[in-house]
Design a protein around this ligand. Sequence first.
Ligand code: DP6
Length: 377
Amino acid sequence: PQQELSGVEQREARDPMAAAEGQWVLMATGRTPTNIAVIKYWGKRDEALILPINDSISVTLDPDHLSATTTVAVSPSFPSDRMWLNGKEISLLGGRFQSCLREIRKRARDFEDKEKGVKIKKEDWDKLHVHIASYNNFPTAAGLASSAAGLACFVFTLGKLMNVKEDYGELSSIARQGSGSACRSIYGGFVKWCMGEKDDGSDSIAVQLADETHWNDLVIIIAVVSSKQKETSSTSGMRDSVETSPLLQYRAQTVVPGRVLKMEEAIKNRDFESFAKLTCADSNQFHAVCLDTSPPIFYMNDTSHRIISLVEKWNHSEGTPQVAYTFDAGPNAVLIAQNRKTAAHFLQKLLYYFPPQDNDLSSYLVGDKSILGDAGL
Ligand code: DP6
């Protein structure tokens, strides 16, 4: 089923007439959604291979919203590897795309398209340069741009182009080397990134816990609190936490293992109460670790804190949790409601307290796992 989420939409050799002179271009396009962690990944035990210090669990959003679309192309006429992100050329040198490119190239296989007159031997892929063009279907200004969707999409699509036959687990471990959270976007639905034990990282892969049809009632509202670029990147923030936060070690070794088991159970049973409690607790602990880091990292702001209070009060007044909140390395709130009715009701409240014209909260994105859209507010 993930084929649809990360599917390659076209694969063609353009200008077959010119193929004989080596003027062909072979390309593939794929689309991959971003994912939101409900049990957070924070901290690496190996920086180069991107191996985490704990398991994490996420939910992958619908590909129609908050996803990356990437076209990769190879041609004998390309003199170098090049990449464009949202239409602007960026450097590939020493970057994370480079690690993924190297890993996919290693696994490339023979390819032949007789009709179009293109034949590439396994060993010839190394000689062909790649052009990559990637777009996010959500406003970059919303500050939600995540490397997860982009890198997962790149790995998946390049793998298709280069006739790579590895399974999704193996692809997730390649995407992981681009950005940790990217490995979870290889699958739809609910996904667990198993930290693994091996030094070479071969068992640090993502697995699907349940597919995208499993818990369709959930509705996700993203409250865009700030569109500013975050001051501390996830990569450097988690490095500082590993070096300085005693709470991080306690979290990874003592808290997360039990939480992961409980979260798997909650997802399996569609038990929203447990799901919401675990999601909120894990987000709060992640931000507590950030505060415990030296110097402290402040990803959330006053508006984020006010949203947390609103959700807590709302859940309390309803008797059982109806809405869960989670915040990544920034102030924007990801709110997960139990169903559409609750989401509509809660959104009304949110709009009352945080009107969109207020500069604090610039916009909302609303939808569920299968329909996530701009509310047009
Ligand atoms: C807070 O995957 O962006 O979103 O592996 O250094 O690229 P790198 O970090 P990244 O970190 C994501 C951190 C998080 C939590 C999560 O997604 O699990």
